[in-house]
Design a binder for this molecule. Sequence first.
Ligand SMILES: NC(=O)c1ccc[n+]([C@@H]2O[C@H](COP(=O)([O-])OP(=O)(O)OC[C@H]3O[C@@H](n4cnc5c(N)ncnc54)[C@H](OP(=O)(O)O)[C@@H]3O)[C@@H](O)[C@H]2O)c1
Length: 236
Amino acid sequence: MTGDSMSNTLKPYVISNVGMSLDGKLATVNNDSRISGAEDLKRVHRLRAMVDGIMVGIGTVLKDDPRLTVHKIDTTPRKNPVRIVVDSKLKIPLNARVLNREAKTIIATTSKMSREKEKKLKMLKKLKHVDIIETDGDRVDLKKLMEVLYKNGIRSILLEGGGTLNWSMFKEGLVDRVSVYIAPMIFGGKNAPTYVDGEGFKSVEECVKLKLERYYLMDGGIVLEFEVVKNPDKNK
Ligand SMILES: NC(=O)c1ccc[n+]([C@@H]2O[C@H](COP(=O)([O-])OP(=O)(O)OC[C@H]3O[C@@H](n4cnc5c(N)ncnc54)[C@H](OP(=O)(O)O)[C@@H]3O)[C@@H](O)[C@H]2O)c1
């Protein structure tokens, strides 16, 4: 699975994966995100084992403290992809589980510094299994990040949210494939996080178009897999 063979651009091939309620929520208003059952978790870990990197936004690290390793399935040899955290202001706590030594971690941040941030950067640079990638601007430049990751040999990424980062990745046209588990649950709540948040597209013409490729039942819900249609107008 590579950027060269599957998307013709020099960026990693990106698969967006989430578990959501039927109404598109990633968690309840109280941030309860226990959506996937045992079988779906195994599906996610099989996907993790197939890619070079697993990417999340700092919001997900602060709210869920995920490990982002392959631990729900047996793999021999055991392979943990690089974990990538998008964190402009280096809000990542030093005791976050994503910084444990089970895998390498890349923290993508901006070159904009504050005294506090510089202090944190110094501490993070001391960790041998942690690398920092800096881009210009107020927020991480995701296109630039993809370019740098590709140059560093990362050819495939599993994007595991949350909704704010998902929006930016879709908006920038950086997602190639979508794989979602829809649980037979309805969470409701205007403020519950959804699969894709952000400001949203203004019209149907602008929105991301998908081509359904596969679907199957799992854990009482359904898994849907889509290809992102690049340049949809070309096919008209
Ligand atoms: N059900 C699931 O499968 C699943 C999966 C993942 C997450 N979740 C849920 O999703 C929620 C967290 O989502 P979230 O939206 O709060 O956080 P998020 O998408 O994980 O992280 C968003 C943050 O990333 C940083 N960022 C840096 N550069 C960015 C860029 N170019 N574009 C967008 N973001 C950028 C921003 O913070 P800075 O500006 O400070 O850098 C931003 O606030 C939690 O409730 C979690 O449980 C559910």
